[in-house]
Design a protein around this ligand. Structure first.
Ligand SMILES: [Zn+2]
Length: 84
């Protein structure tokens, strides 16, 4: 049986278990869990570790970050940030 990881989709509401994320074994034939079995708040499935999807994690460049609407700050000196 595959192991799925879930975590609360609303950290304000989840219980101690789903706030930290939990693993649960479920048969493939069962539908995905959408509520925490303990507190009945919504949970979302995490991509399981190391099974599928090799992570193509490309570091976010300054240009990409700006395109995505982030303000890019770079630390210049102790306590001084410069907007790039
Ligand atoms: Zn919960």
């Amino acid at each position: 049986m595959p192991v799925y990881e879930y975590i609360t989709s609303d950290p304000e509401k989840g219980c101690r278990i789903c706030q930290k994320g939990f693993e649960i074994r479920r048969p493939l034939t069962r539908p995905a869990l959408d509520l925490c079995p303990l507190c009945r708040n919504p949970v979302k499935k995490l991509v399981s570790r190391g099974v599928t999807s090799p992570k193509v994690a490309k570091p976010l460049s300054v240009v990409d970050a700006k395109k995505a609407g982030f303000t890019v700050l770079e630390k210049r000196d102790e306590g001084t940030y410069e907007k790039l």
